[in-house]
Design a protein around this ligand. Sequence first.
Ligand SMILES: [Zn+2]
Length: 218
Amino acid sequence: MMLTPAHASSSKFNEIAANLAATAKALHARGWLSGTSGNLSAVVQPEPLLLAMSPSGVDKGKLTAEQILLVDEGARVINGGRKTSDETLLHLEIVKQRRAGSVLHTHSIWNTILSDLFADEQGVAIEGYEMLKGLEGVRTHEHREWLPIIGNLQDMRELAGNIRAVLTEHPNSHGFLLHKHGLYSWGKDLGEAGRHIEILEFLLEARGRTLHLRSRGN
Ligand SMILES: [Zn+2]
């Protein structure tokens, strides 16, 4: 069924918007969405695509359900008075490439540090950790997760193209890093995307702290 703007303010959108606002508060409390950084989205309708998306320039600790925007596949605002985040195009690209139901993007200290530390390798390998089993489809700690690192750009169309190429090259990755910028992950719904962000943030911090302790000779 075609979802008209009237339908878009229906209970499904309201429920998704409330869940996105609650998730933003939780991620902000962990220190992963400081200030206005990071963004969140969830699919309201797959065909034609309608996405509930956090707006630009709002403190993520104070984001309310009423501020969540409804955008179409061209990143045009259908519902809501605020400006879209420039990174809406990246969310739309990931939804299309991964058939994701939700995309989350965090700016944590550890994901930022590791995105720089491993930039020359163009990715971070994480393996051997029990926590890997929290990622969809992973059954054993022996899994090797490859988180690609993509150069940061201000041109979102060019960056979306680079993301498309990397996602095609690494079909099994559960996320990727933008250099000195942040982490993107996704899932079939907001619950799974939230779990993936928590797991990947844990693993990046564990990896980073281990490297640091080893470098001090402990
Ligand atoms: Zn960002």
